[in-house]
Every structure is written in structure tokens, then in C-alpha cells.
Write a protein of this length. Structure first.
Length: 249
């Protein structure tokens, strides 16, 4: 299944996966596709980073005591209703329903889940609305993998601000006397340096769309502290590499 061809479906599945609402077989199938298709893997990582950012930026708020009281009252009322239903005699045969689909418990649970989803969608939608004017226009994305094909770095290109954003998604460290250097790999030509990555979490690098259009892949090498000359190509081992995908995610 090539869900990468349907940008809206891919975004919805990626967001649901990041939120944890994509479960069971659907989640397993999505993760299998992410392992096989770079575009799906990149979308999943991108949405995970987006939603993680919302959580980190949101201020911690302690709910008022009245909220906990209301929750406790609702739980107690539900328990009381259950006990009364169990104690109630049934002199006449129960009214036929349509099976599990007509179950009150199913609909009550569905209503609660729907309410939670609506609230969550509203919060996320409001945050997106406030950030829309400054939102990144992602034109290129790459997931750079190590030699075991494990995702190690997510690279996105913001066409609006003409910059690359690098985010580490793997567990790796760099010695104090070494630096990571990002390279564009144009076919038949010497790799072109895009900058040195010294931040432990990731960083932004200036880049042009023209340079990226000529480079179907990116790579990260381990170099001496501060990096090497951009026209020489990597002098150290290449740690991560991956295809550069032109896609709006």
C-alpha cells in the first residue's frame, strides 16, 4: 500500500500514530510501512517532533480542587448506577437489541472517547492556528539512517525561511574533539558541505532550494572539531545517510 501518494491520509495516520490513538493492527501496519518506505518514516518522525513540541511548550497547570471533586462524583455516580442495574429484577424478558452495536455501554464509551478526541482536536487545532503564519513550509525531508538502517537524524528544509532543521532521533554521542558535518550528495560530483552540527539536540543551517534540488541524498560524517573544508568532501567516516525526498508533509 502506497499511502505516501496520499498526503492527507499520510498526515492523518502519522498524527494519530504520534498521539497514540492509532492502535492494534492499524498501528502495526503503519509501523511496518514506515520501516519499508522512507516517506512514511519521515512523516511519522516529523509529526512526532511537532506534537512533542506542543507538550514541551505548554505550561504546567494544576487543576482546581473542584475538578477532582467532580471527577470523583462522576465515578461514584457511575458505580452506583452499575450496582442498581445489577440489583434490579428482570420479571420480563429483556428488550432485544442489535447486539454489541446497540449496547449502551458501547455508546457511552464511544461518546466519552468522542468528547476526548474533540477536546484534543480543538486544542491542537488552536495551537496550529496561532502558529500558522509562522509555520514551516517543509519542501524536503530526509531520514538519515546508520549502518543498521536505524533512524538517527531527521532533516527538514523550510522553503519559507531557507533553512535546514536537524533533529536527532537516535541515541548516539560525539566525542568532544569531533564534530558532525552534513553533506549534500549531488550525483557525479564531490559532496558539498551544508554545515557543521555541533548542537547536542539539533540545529538550523542556512541552505538554498537550488542546492537541494541537485542532491538526491544527504550524509553526515564524523570530522575533526569544527569540520573540514566544504569543497574537499568528507575526510572521516560517514555515520548516517538517507534519500532527500521532495514532499510537503
Amino acid at each position: 500500500m502506497n499511502i505516501a501518494a496520499n498526503a492527507r491520509l499520510l498526515a492523518l495516520l502519522s498524527a494519530a500514530h504520534a498521539l497514540g490513538t492509532l492502535r492494534g493492527g492499524a498501528r502495526r501496519r503503519f509501523e511496518a510501512l514506515a520501516r519499508e518506505q522512507p516517506a512514511v518514516r519521515a512523516s511519522a518522525l516529523l509529526w512526532r517532533e511537532r506534537l512533542t513540541g506542543f507538550v514541551e511548550l505548554a505550561p504546567a497547570v494544576n487543576p482546581p480542587a473542584a475538578v477532582w471533586t467532580r471527577i470523583r462524583n462522576l465515578v461514584d455516580a457511575d458505580l452506583q448506577e452499575t450496582r442498581l442495574a445489577q440489583q434490579k429484577a428482570a420479571p420480563t424478558p429483556p428488550v432485544r437489541t442489535t447486539g454489541w452495536w446497540g449496547s449502551l455501554a458501547i455508546w457511552r464509551g464511544a461518546s466519552a472517547a468522542g468528547l476526548a478526541a474533540t477536546v484534543l482536536a480543538g486544542v491542537i487545532g488552536l495551537q496550529f492556528w496561532y502558529q500558522a503564519r509562522e509555520a514551516q513550509q517543509v519542501k524536503y525531508v530526509a531520514v538519515l539512517n546508520d549502518d543498521r538502517s536505524a533512524a538517527s537524524m531527521l532533516v527538514t528544509f523550510d522553503a519559507k525561511h531557507r533553512q535546514l532543521t536537524l533533529q536527532r532521533v537516535g541515541d548516539f554521542s560525539v566525542a568532544a574533539d569531533r564534530s558532525l558535518q552534513l553533506w549534500a550528495l549531488p550525483p557525479g560530483r564531490t559532496p558539498q558541505s551544508l554545515g557543521v552540527v555541533d548542537s547536542p539536540a539539533g540545529m538550523r543551517l542556512a541552505a538554498s532550494a537550488q542546492m537541494l534540488q541537485q542532491a538526491p541524498a544527504l550524509a553526515v560524517s564524523l570530522e575533526p572539531k569544527g569540520g573540514v573544508s566544504g569543497d574537499r568532501g568528507p575526510t572521516g567516516p560517514v555515520l548516517f545517510h538517507g534519500a532527500l525526498i521532495e514532499k510537503t508533509l
